[in-house]
Design a protein around this ligand. Structure first.
Ligand code: B12
Ligand code: SF4
Length: 523
């Protein structure tokens, strides 16, 4: 029987559904006879979710449904579902004024209702899709994967229908084996009600695949709504140039989801893929890699790719990515500017070398500064977002003063308006070193529910421990009150007013004693 594979990307802010596009492309290349269709809830109005899914299934009658679930946990200081989750949580936990506390509680309720509403809605959509498809094919199979599933695969085992295959990380080889009728027990997956997720399954390495350019002529034939993403010109369309990150940053789960082994997609194939999008009018690209330049030894790969983009004549494009700015060279900076990089995010987390080391981030902050100067000298005049997460581990007033000094130096390099301090608090994620640390410190107990948004759990997962937790709570509340539209800069300003600023040299120097890392002891 011809396989009929339906890829359903569950509701999500309209971020280009690159995950299902790549899966469908991979399967289409290997099984040219398979019938495939992409259905993206991101392009459907919420009131029509159920009926649109029914209609799609009635028309397509799938034998295999691939549900892709991108995000679940959101603790960013940005307007999200039902409000700004960070602000609501902080108002509830830290406000002294009872009226603001109440507002925080109500706001928190709204966020929690939206969060649980979406969680349950997605589970309902999965069940509904399965049931509907069973009307046409009794043995239809259901596979669920994607970013959110990779992080919360253990929790989902009680929430999905029996027989669902739950997949961690990339899904290409799993789908390939399923379609060939091969044994899938070696893949990073389990079957609800039949097998258990293996202990530390997420730490298993993905099977390397050689990635060729996605064939968008084909994708367009199986995805009627593709045009949606072509019409608006502010979308940054995802293009992956590599997979994997070799680092060990204590709070990060990318390095286990994608694996530590970096696998480079051939530059010619990446350019070929971009060209197809370019010819369809796309000018903005997001290199969706965990890190665009994960380590020094990948600098040459980045140079090769960017040079090939220059050679391709796509001169009016823009691109953005997560960049480890410790891995730049003047040549790379020059190519970044030439190829239209107009936004990047650096996740240094702290401006204190001592803390950066304790968090196992492997950054040399002095090198980052020098490289930023090179980038500026190469003509970069666009936007940088610097992600700071205060109070991850061993934060003190001194390290805060160092972070301010560091940020002020970045402002001198790029200009105050061009460098945005993005103040995050870490949302603690399972399978990270920080989780182990929280167990060791008795902040969390094994068996806690990382998907819970109940206030007592959320307070621990939204990582902001005492003794400095209340201080940061107060500072953030003041910043929202004074200047909600420029939250990050306001936080920096208030911190500087209250604590002063360190000498830059102090920020860049980590005393040797600090190397006795608590996190090392925790693992
Ligand atoms: C790049 C990226 C971004 C970029 C996206 C740019 C763009 N235009 O595409 C930016 C910076 C904008 C971004 C924003 C956010 N992101 Co983000 N992002 C990523 C990142 C690093 C890569 C995602 C990606 O596109 N990968 C490449 C594609 C090809 O892979 P993929 O989509 O995951 O698909 C593969 C597999 O997942 C699998 N797969 C997918 N579906 C299915 C289905 C089945 C059945 C199977 C078998 C397999 C499978 O196969 C695919 C191909 O190999 C991931 C972390 C990571 N390393 O995965 C986080 C990640 C997806 N983001 C996440 C979040 C939360 C967000 C935000 C909500 C953060 C925030 N608080 O604001 C925002 C908003 C997103 C939105 N919907 O509005 C979370 C989601 C999980 C969660 N915690 O709930 C992740 C996993 C990071 C994390 N660990 O927290 N993000
Ligand atoms: S934070 Fe960035 S550099 Fe660190 S492990 Fe995660 S992806 Fe890699």
């Amino acid at each position: 029987m011809t396989q009929r594979i339906l890829y359903a990307r569950l509701p999500c802010n309209p971020i280009f559904p690159i995950g299902v596009v790549y899966l469908a492309d991979h399967v289409g290349k290997l099984f040219p006879d398979a019938e495939q269709k992409i259905f993206d809830f991101g392009t459907v109005p919420p009131l029509n979710f159920g009926s649109a899914l029914d209609k799609c299934i009635d028309e397509f009658k799938p034998t295999l449904i691939v549900f892709s679930w991108r995000d679940i946990q959101i603790y960013a200081p940005v307007g999200g579902r039902g409000g700004n989750p960070l602000q609501n949580a902080f108002e509830f936990y830290y406000a002294k004024n009872p009226a603001i506390r109440l507002r925080g509680a109500l706001g928190g309720l709204k966020v929690a209702a939206a969060y649980y509403g979406e969680l349950w809605r997605n589970q309902r959509l999965i069940k509904r899709g399965l049931k509907r498809a069973q009307k046409y094919h009794k043995n239809v199979r259901l596979v669920v994967g994607g970013g959110a599933v990779s992080v919360f695969y253990e929790q989902l085992k009680t929430q999905l229908p029996k027989g669902t295959i739950v997949s961690v990380g990339e899904g290409e080889t799993l789908l390939e084996k399923l379609l060939r009728g091969q044994d899938i027990s070696g893949e990073r997956c389990y079957v609800v009600g039949e097998t258990q997720p293996r202990d530390r399954m997420i730490h298993e390495w993905p099977t390397p695949i050689e990635k060729a350019a996605c064939n968008y002529d084909y994708i367009q034939t199986i995805w009627p709504e593709f045009d949606y993403y072509l019409q608006e010109n502010d979308f940054y369309i995802g293009v992956q140039t590599k997979r994997g990150c070799p680092h060990n940053c204590c709070y990060c789960v990318y390095t286990v989801v994608e694996g530590k082994q970096v696998r480079i997609n051939p530059a010619d194939e990446v350019v070929k893929e971009m060209r197809q999008l370019y010819d369809r009018g796309i000018r903005n690209f997001w290199f969706t890699d965990a890190q665009f330049i994960p380590a020094k030894k990948y600098i040459d790969d980045a140079i090769e790719l960017l040079q090939k983009i220059v050679d391709s004549g796509m001169t009016d494009i823009h691109w953005a990515a997560y960049i480890r700015a410790d891995n730049l060279t003047p040549k790379l900076c020059d190519l970044m500017v030439k190829t239209g990089m107009n936004y990047f995010e650096i996740g240094i987390t702290s401006g204190s070398q001592e803390l950066v080391r304790k968090m196992r981030m492997g950054y040399n902050l002095r090198t980052v500064l020098q490289n930023c100067r090179d980038l500026k000298a190469a003509g970069f005049n666009d936007f940088v977002s610097v992600n700071y997460s205060f109070n991850v581990i061993d934060e003190t007033y001194d390290t805060i003063r160092q972070t301010i000094a560091y940020h002020r130096e970045l402002e001198k390099i790029f200009g105050v308006d061009r460098v945005e301090p993005a103040i995050f608090f870490i949302g603690l994620q399972p399978h990270t070193h920080l989780e182990e640390y929280a167990f060791k410190k008795n902040i969390l107990k094994p068996g806690y529910d990382p998907m819970s948004l109940m206030p007592w759990t959320a307070k621990k997962l939204l990582w902001n421990p005492e003794p400095l937790g209340s201080f940061f709570g107060e500072v953030c509340l003041q910043a929202w009150q004074q200047n909600p539209n420029d939250f990050g800069r306001e936080v920096m300003k208030i911190l500087e007013e209250r604590l002063g600023v360190a000498d830059l040299e102090e920020a860049l120097t980590a005393p040797i004693a600090a190397e006795k890392k608590e996190l090392v002891a925790a693992s």
